[in-house]
Design a protein around this ligand. Sequence first.
Ligand code: ADP
Ligand code: MG
Length: 300
Amino acid sequence: ATPTAVMVASGMGASQGVLIKGGDALEKAHKVKVVVFDKTGTLTVGKPVVVSAVLFSDFTMEEFYDMTIAVESSSEHPLAKAVVKHAKKLRKKFGSNDEEVPDVKDFEVQVGAGVSGKVGERTVLVGNKRLMHACNVPLSSEVERYMSENEILARTCVLVSIDGKIAGAYSVTDPLKPEAKRVISFLHSMGISSIIATGDNLATATAIANEVGIDEVFAETDPLGKADKVKELQMKGMTVAMVGDGINDSPALVAADVGMAIGAGTDVAIEAADIVLVKNSLEDVITAIDLSRKTMSRIR
Ligand code: ADP
Ligand code: MG
């Protein structure tokens, strides 16, 4: 596109909250064949809420909440914020001060799996199935059942183990953005397919994909895995767009032909992207592609 055409399109985009950083993204966006979507904060609202908490052990509910708060208070993960909020609220019923956080020692983040630490003499792990497997914590059939019943409803389970045994679990829901389904189906009508890429488990990701009509699920991955997925699609000759909001999306945003950072996003994601969708609406994925189609057809 000529510098003038790029300027005009950029101006039109900006007025709609679609910030295009350069001519390159604008020239590629009309050729996009597949859009890779991050899950949390991109397809979903990104504000998870606990819907249930259950005990699978002889620990008291109070001990279970205390251990969760002790370890998860040191984590920045949205799931950690959701379980801490819930545990603090319910712990108040036992007369605990809601701001008091039990001490944790040897706190560690297990990327893509959860967190761990020592609370007094006890070893506490909070995270997913992979974390429990890696630390040789067995899951009873009761725990497995709780997980699959919740995951099929697109919820994420957070497991808590104390001294090598599952003490209890939380089920967390993160509502879909209201426009998600409409946007995926509109992309289909434009001949563009869609993929969900997430660190979350396969059952939860599949439930979400089914709900909104996404074609392919790529779950239980990490930031570099998301980028590798983008490269794999490119190797098949496809022009790929990636939409994400987090630090963990930045390698994939860089790898994609068109990287789109959505919403408030993290600075790192905004930095890594070619296009910023300021309004936090998935509709603007279509706005951006449309703008590119119009610009490029006007030129040729
Ligand atoms: P995503 O943001 O796509 O969920 P992450 O890599 O941040 O990807 O996390 C992957 C998974 O690891 C989460 O879905 C969750 O199961 C688990 N996890 C990570 N951090 C925590 C935490 N602080 N508390 C509980 N679970 C966690
Ligand atoms: Mg995200």
